[in-house]
Design a protein around this ligand. Structure first.
Ligand code: GCU
Length: 630
């Protein structure tokens, strides 16, 4: 008796399925098939394959910095891709990562890259194919590359990911290299000793499902773009290589660098050399058994500033390797409630940015150029990069354009601080952000949180993060953005234990939008907390081109939004310890939580529409920035 199919499906559904299958690409079929079948396929006779060799020691390694200065080969471009509709390809049964090809007449595998569609890397997958628009799940990427073993003897090869959202598993030639969690910071795996001569295949599984124990957690006000969202590179190094270095002015000096060079490899005790030819700097130091070479030198730097973003060509070398990059030298400090850049009072004329342009995740230098130009045209000297580290292209461009940056990790509303392993994940993500950008003069603030509610687990987690930030990088300020101020009937202030751990206090304040004004702006009195205050968010929504009354919030008029800012500025101008403002937000951005027909999936607090059109409010801020802090 023929084995009855293990599922029953009506003829009409079969017809629908047949029609649908003919109309869809392999990439899109998986979810369709999964939905229509709703069954576990008849278990194939187990294909006898050699057990996956036990992977040698976890090849995850601390990401190399200064990629532009290294010997590398870009893997950007078209990658073959499959949707893993129920994310079961990672398991041992389907084992997509083995990337097997059927042999003989009876063998088959229910996945296959050879005939699959392709996705562009870098780039989120959601905006590359209509059937992926709303995908929160797993996509498999495959990239083959040639390798000539003879040519590389003694040297090491890494695969470096600029970022991938959110969880990533990486395989080489059917062998797992490792996994990474976090959607906005770099990670890498070593390939040395695992490569074949000739063609090698990288398989990368990226899953962007929001997680209760994630960073961010499951609820956030931006589009959850998934995939290989930033550059992927093969990077070659000597057996012992320059992993990282810190070359920034000491916190208490305008001339002295207290830095270090970090080597990694089997022979760490090596001489290192740092040269800045333009200044006649030529410093030598010796790395110890831990590969660390502390160094200290002074020079008459032309200090980096927004007005004069001077960068010096710096060369870091060992007997085997020499890296170069352009670095700016400046000093950012707090004195009481004053903010000082190179010893001079600083006012941050800021604006918030999400990393989005043309309705997709921004990732390239060209994207960064367009975004930073928008900030310059507004008259800004400061960007808060919300709510996660943005691409290295943007940070390096800000160095060149003279724009100050606040970078933060996505410790956003709803983080489960008490979840097992959470502190390790928080600290790993913070370290990945700081390690990447520690030599970028533009970055002046590390943000450790946005709008988290006080509580024992959160207070201790964030106080520890603030301390870790200082330990990793004593040359920058540590801050966090808080929910709006409390009002005790007389004054406005922030009563949060986390303030004590910070250098600068950021407040997201929405009087006149989310909450009514507690007092008229002229009567608002802010209680000092002895530290600089930044209004890190303030804003209201308007649909570009929509005009009418300026006192009806639900009308989504540009006049209302402009009036919101005029009223806000009447209060902000009176806060004696206010050292910066950042309207929320430069440009309307995609957010699935914004469902009103006038929002149509966008948060419309932009001073610009998502197409870059200026709303009336843009002029209000432009005029304010043409005077304040000048
Ligand atoms: C919050 C939050 C932003 C959000 C904004 C808004 O302050 O930090 O991520 O987009 O408010 O509600 O528009």
């Amino acid at each position: 008796m023929a084995i009855r199919a293990e599922f029953s499906i009506s003829m009409s559904s079969l017809r629908r399925l047949a029609v649908a299958l003919l109309a869809c690409s392999p990439l899109a079929c998986a979810p369709l098939l999964a939905n229509a079948q709703g069954y576990s396929p008849r278990p194939q006779e187990r294909v006898s394959v050699a057990p996956v060799p036990t992977p040698i020691a976890e090849p995850a390694s601390t990401p190399l910095t200064n990629l532009p200065g290294r010997q590398r080969r870009s893997l950007n471009g078209k990658w073959q891709a499959l949707v893993d509709g129920y994310a079961d390809g990672i398991g041992d049964w389907k084992a997509v990562w083995k990337d097997r090809t059927a042999a003989g007449k009876t063998q088959f595998f229910e996945y296959g890259f050879d005939d699959s569609v392709t996705l562009d890397v870098p780039g989120d997958f959601n905006t590359q194919r209509p059937e992926l628009t709303w995908l929160e799940g797993s996509v498999w990427y495959r990239k083959a590359f040639e390798y000539d073993a003879a040519h590389h003897d003694g040297r090491r090869l890494f695969v470096h990911f600029g970022a991938a959202n959110y969880r990533t598993d990486v395989f080489l030639n059917g062998e797992k290299l490792g996994s990474h969690e976090g959607g906005f910071t770099p990670f890498q795996f070593e390939l040395t000793g695992r490569l074949k001569d000739g063609e090698n295949r990288l398989l990368v599984h990226v899953n962007n499902e929001r997680r209760k124990d994630g960073i961010p957690a499951q609820g956030f006000d931006w589009f959850n773009y998934g995939g290989l969202t930033r550059d992927v590179d093969l990077v070659e190094t000597p057996a012992t290589y320059i992993q990282d270095y810190s070359l920034q002015l000491a916190p208490d000096s305008l001339r002295r660098v207290d830095g270090w060079v970090q080597l990694a490899g089997t022979a760490p005790r090596q001489p290192v050399r740092v040269r800045i030819p333009e200044l006649g700097v030529d410093v030598r130091a010796q790395a110890g058994a831990d590969g660390r070479a502390p160094l200290r030198f002074e020079a008459p730097f032309a200090l980096w500033s927004p007005a004069k973003p001077k960068l010096y060509r710096v060369e870091v070398s060992t007997p085997q390797e020499s890296l170069q990059e352009d670095i700016g030298f400046r000093n950012i400090a707090v004195r009481g409630d004053a903010l000082l850049l190179n010893g001079e009072p600083l006012f941050l004329r800021g604006v918030n940015f999400h990393e989005e342009i043309d309705g997709r995740r921004a990732h390239s230098e060209a994207d960064a150029q367009r975004m930073l130009e928008q900030a310059k045209q507004l008259g800004a000297n400061f960007l808060r990069l919300a709510h996660y580290p943005h691409s290295e292209h943007l940070v390096r461009l800000a160095d060149r354009m003279g724009l100050l940056l606040w970078q933060e990790i996505p410790v956003y509303q709803g983080i489960d601080f008490a979840a097992a392993g959470m502190q390790d994940k928080l600290e790993a993500m913070l370290a990945e952000m700081i390690d990447r950008d520690r030599n970028r003069a533009a970055v002046i603030v590390w943000g450790v949180a946005n709008e988290t509610s006080p509580g024992p687990a959160r207070n201790s987690a964030l106080a520890a993060l603030a301390q870790q930030a200082r330990r990793l990088d004593p040359t920058r300020l540590v801050s966090a953005a808080f929910y709006g101020p409390g009002f005790d009937g007389g004054t406005l202030t922030v009563a949060d234990p986390l303030v004590a751990s910070l250098d600068v206090v950021g407040i997201n304040e929405y009087f006149g939008w989310y909450i009514p004004w507690p007092v008229e702006p002229e009567q608002a009195v802010w209680k000092p907390f002895g530290k600089p205050l930044l209004i890190t968010e303030f804003g209201a929504e308007a649909r570009y081109g929509h005009h009418g009354a300026d006192d009806v919030a639900s009308a989504w008029n540009e006049e209302f939004q402009a009036g919101f800012y005029r009223k806000q500025l009447r209060m902000l101008a009176r806060i004696p310890f206010l050292r910066g403002t950042a309207p929320w937000v430069m440009m309307d951005f995609r957010s699935p939580v914004r469902m009103h027909p006038f929002q149509s999936g966008y948060n419309r607090k932009g001073l610009l529409s998502e197409r870059g059109e200026r709303k009336l409010a843009w002029q209000v801020i432009h005029d304010y920035y043409s005077e304040v802090g000048r």
